[in-house]
Design a protein around this ligand. Structure first.
Ligand code: FE2
Length: 310
């Protein structure tokens, strides 16, 4: 099966260099129906499953996601909860763990490699199942990411990967995993927005680290895939050095200001720092603050925070 419906040479030229949307036919695999997803969720390990809801809309991090306890719910209940509640379910590595999904992921990246003429990336793929009211807060991903939207409607907002949209300290916090992938948001950033209205079977691809946010308009099912490139590996090692220079030694480093020789030196230092305690002490613990309960309207019951140990 060809994965893409209307891929042209223009898409090949834009891949990883510009933001664009293109049509695919992943829904035809039959792997993303509610029946298939309920069965998948019943088989998927809990330690690779995030069930999240959104916090308040005020402050510099509006709609920040918080973790829930995914244990004890059948796949069917989780899908019902996604339809009725305000949830964002991330079935992490679903496309790698389950052989029938891995085969599809292989075709997706095989075809991307063929069409763009680049090497075949070793991608990780998650399945996202989200409520009609879900909003995904303003954030960026530390590696190259592609959203393969499959079912429902959502509006995707993407912003330039430069100041003020992607501030140095904000990106360092993402790489040091201080607060998920969130970046500080302010309405003035809307002057740089590009919007994609995604319908079923549309993929959107963007430039590395471009900040983005999402507003669902219906119950949605998508895949998100992520892969490392030499470019992202280089930038992230430099960013570890910069992040620690700022946090440990009170300096004000900047990816944007540094010359290439300085970046190369910081890359070498960052590679070493990533193996040390200085880096690992920055990685935060995650807490679960609700559970999914089918007897409650909205399916969400707040609980005293517990550290997630699985
Ligand atoms: Fe993202």
């Amino acid at each position: 099966m060809d994965i893409f419906r209307d891929w042209t040479d223009a898409h090949s030229a834009k891949f990883r260099k510009e933001n664009f949307a293109v049509r695919h036919r992943l829904s035809e695999t039959g792997l993303f129906t509610d029946e298939a997803l309920a069965d998948l969720l019943d088989r998927h390990p809990h330690n690779k499953l995030d069930v999240m809801t959104m916090g308040g809309t005020e402050g510099p991090y509006p709609n920040a996601l918080r973790d829930g306890d995914p244990r004890g719910c059948s796949g069917k209940v989780l899908l019902d909860a996604a339809k009725a509640g305000r949830l964002w379910i991330n079935v992490r590595e679903a496309m790698n763990i389950h052989p029938e999904y891995q085969r599809v992921l292989d075709s997706m990246y095989g075809e991307l490699a063929e069409r763009t003429g680049v090497k075949r990336y070793k991608a990780r793929g998650a399945i996202l199942i989200s409520s009609p009211t879900t909003v995904v807060p303003y954030h960026c991903d530390a590696r190259d990411t592609v959203l393969w939207h499959i079912r429902g409607k959502k509006r995707f907002y993407v912003y330039p990967a430069r100041n003020p949209y992607l501030p140095d300290a904000g990106y360092e916090a993402v790489v040091l995993r201080e607060r998920d992938e969130d970046l500080p948001y302010h309405p003035s950033l809307e002057q740089g927005v590009t919007t994609f209205d995604l319908e079923s079977d549309q993929m959107v691809s963007w430039v590395l680290n471009s900040p983005h946010r999402v507003e669902n308009q219906s119950y949605c099912v998508s895949i998100t895939t992520e892969f490392s490139t030499r470019e992202s590996g280089f930038k992230n090692a430099v960013t570890v050095t910069n992040g620690l220079l700022r946090r440990r030694w009170g300096l004000n480093p900047s990816w944007y200001r540094d010359s290439m020789p300085v970046k190369v030196a910081k890359f070498a230092v960052g590679r070493i720092l990533m193996k040390t305690n200085l880096y690992h002490q920055c990685l935060r613990q995650s807490y679960m603050t609700f559970r999914v309960d089918q007897s409650q309207p909205g399916y969400i019951v707040d609980i005293d925070p517990i550290v997630r140990q699985f």
